[in-house]
Design a protein around this ligand. Structure first.
Ligand SMILES: [Fe+2]
Ligand SMILES: [Fe+2]
Length: 133
């Protein structure tokens, strides 16, 4: 599994969303680097906590845009966010308790989720917002 490169395939064409997605992917790549280089628990924990916190900040921003614009796809999109945020929080908690949860399969799960979510739910949201602008 490789790190995620920012390419046009990840663009939603909504500037604020794209800017945060770039930061989110950077956070994912930082965690990936820490894991791959066999950095200690603290460095992995630090990058994992940052990714988890930033993910929640980003989800709140999108949910705010949904609420303000009356986006009809909001319930399903919010549910997807809640599910992933719970999973990320659980991973961070387990890591804090000393379990080695940041494995390749887990990183692949996160990578797949992020890319699929951006290309699906987030692109649909951005299209709706851009259509309204
Ligand atoms: Fe989203
Ligand atoms: Fe997003």
């Amino acid at each position: 599994m490789a790190m995620i490169s920012w390419t046009v395939r990840l663009e939603t064409r909504h500037p604020q969303i794209d800017e945060q997605h770039k930061a989110l992917i950077q956070a994912f790549n930082d965690l990936h680097q820490a894991m791959k280089q066999g950095k200690g628990k603290d460095e992995v924990g630090r990058t994992l906590t940052f990714l988890t916190d930033y993910t929640k900040t980003h989800f709140r921003m999108e949910e705010d845009l949904m609420a303000r614009s009356g986006y009809p796809g909001s319930p399903r999109h919010r549910e997807a966010h809640a599910e992933f945020a719970a999973k990320a929080t659980d991973l961070a908690d387990q890591h804090r308790q000393g379990r080695s949860v940041i494995t390749l399969p887990v990183m692949t799960f996160i990578e797949t989720w992020l890319v699929d979510h951006i290309q699906g739910e987030d692109v649909r949201l951005a299209q709706f917002l851009n259509g309204k602008a």
